[in-house]
Design a protein. Sequence first.
Length: 235
Amino acid sequence: MKIGRAVVGVVCYDGLEFGDSGFEVAVVGVIEGQTVAGEGVLGILFEQGSQGVGACTHLSMVTGAGTLKEDMSEELQGRPVRDSISEMSEFALPNDANTLGTLFGGKVMSLVDLAGSLAAVRHARGPVVTASVDYMTFLHPIHIGQLVILRSQVNRVFRTSMEVGVKVFVEDLRSREVKHTSSAYLTFVAIDKAGNKVPITPAIPESDEELRRFEDAGERRRHRLEMKARTTNQA
């Protein structure tokens, strides 16, 4: 299949190369006003003399004689972090509490997983699964009758996975006092209906705080990969 003479917005990821054996195209933008499927891109790239293009990250352009459109798709540009921000709340009920009248840690963890998945699905706009939880802190107990408030957002996307930060607050509805009681970082992976991993649209940080979270998420991922490598070698 041959469409036009310009390929606009081919998204490539780390380790991806264009070679004789073919390649996987995650997202293809507009070719002279037409949307094309991945199977029609390989021949166009080769026809324009693009064999051997090295691996790249984020966004690359391969253009011919066509006109580059200014209005690129959302998938190519990414989505702002603020679009993933989520909040949920729940009463601390007796069935979820221990003999001391405070919420089980396991109940808090399940709420954190749910709050994290809300932010992840909002960003990915598709199914996600929990891949890991770095750690959790429990700073203050949550008593029966208090309100548990969870706030979450995507910190950074790593191709098919993303880090989501969750903060847990407890509010005493009589005094209106609010305390930060727990924090956690979770990794979610986007999947399709068959359960296969799929690329995720980048998350674009805008504020200074979002930029800080973005950079910190990269360091945490590096640490996770190092720990995974150690565990694999010891097994």
